[in-house]
Design a protein around this ligand. Structure first.
Ligand SMILES: [Zn+2]
Length: 297
């Protein structure tokens, strides 16, 4: 089970890993905490004649984006191979310190215990062995909804198995492992260098290189060479949010990425099935889980 803030986050973070495990027969569930109501149109080609945003005012665009996002999320989830998508039911809080932060239905305003309870209810029903969420260091992109995804996931991991919490929300269930997605500097550097070699230029500006480096925290590298398409297909499914001509997302084709960086990097944050590696040697999100399932049953 993976927890994300907005429709499109599931495409940009972890999609190949989820596709790989789905292909192996693992049941994969996406929890999306908000509907992405504050997203702006990021794809200018949709304003051209004959396209759905042609001639719309800024306010009309906003309404149209909110209207289209559920369908985009469904298409993205299908491209990745999620078995189920669950909306946590909050409103997008918008960027930090913007007026939508104050909206009473926003994820930012949600009572923490209430929001954790919603996630605990889903965990107890789905019973995931592995829970994936955002890491604690969001300084690279401090969106209030991303921070809250981390906060509620960590607490849900702790409380889902505790019978004293939310006794009305189903039988306690304790997931075995909690992972954080990692912004991988070495992946960015690999892509950057490949583009410099191919084109003589790359789309990453200095701000990207100034992001806090968390590579030393990476414990787990998942080989996803055959699943790069999950990311690119899912990103393209979010047509209002992702410009298909944007070099930032698509400068390298899937088969080039496969050569350049056939991995996704994760941080194992909690484990009830063995020690957390002090290096990046783990190669399977279900390491320890597979053996414990096999020996116990
Ligand atoms: Zn987001």
């Amino acid at each position: 089970m993976t927890v994300h803030a907005h429709p499109d986050d599931e495409a940009s973070k972890g999609a190949p890993t989820l596709a790989r495990y789905h292909a192996e027969g693992v049941r994969t569930v996406l929890v999306c905490c908000t509907g992405g109501e504050e997203g702006d149109l990021q794809n200018p080609s949709l304003r051209e004649p004959g396209q759905p945003f042609h001639g719309l005012t800024a306010e009309e665009e906003k309404v149209k984006v909110a209207e289209l996002r559920p369908g985009e999320l469904a298409a993205s989830a299908a491209a990745i191979g999620f078995d189920e998508v669950v909306m946590l039911g909050y409103r997008d809080s918008g960027m930090a310190d913007s007026p939508p932060n104050e909206h009473p239905d926003s994820f930012h305003q949600a009572d923490l215990d209430e929001a954790v309870g919603r996630l605990v209810g889903i965990v107890r029903r789905v019973r995931p062995q592995v829970l994936l969420t955002y890491n604690d260091d969001q300084t690279g992109y401090p969106h209030p909804d991303h921070l809250k995804v981390h906060d509620i996931s960590v607490l849900a991991f702790e409380r889902a198995g505790d019978p004293d919490w939310y006794p009305e929300l189903g039988a306690p269930f304790q997931p075995s492992k909690l992972y954080y997605s990692a912004w991988s500097r070495r992946r960015m550097v690999a892509v950057h260098e490949a583009l410099l070699a191919r084109d003589g230029k790359a789309p990453f500006d200095d701000a990207w290189f100034e992001r806090p480096d968390m590579d030393h925290r990476i414990t787990t590298r998942i080989e996803i060479a055959d699943f790069q398409h999950a990311r690119s297909d899912a990103l393209r499914a979010h047509a209002t949010q992702v410009d298909p001509n944007e070099g930032f997302w698509f400068a390298l084709a899937d088969d080039e990425l496969r050569q350049v960086y056939p991995w996704e990097d994760w941080i194992l944050a909690r484990s009830l099935v063995g020690p957390i590696p002090d290096d990046d040697s783990e190669r399977d999100l279900f390491a320890g889980v597979r053996t414990s399932v096999g020996s116990d049953r």
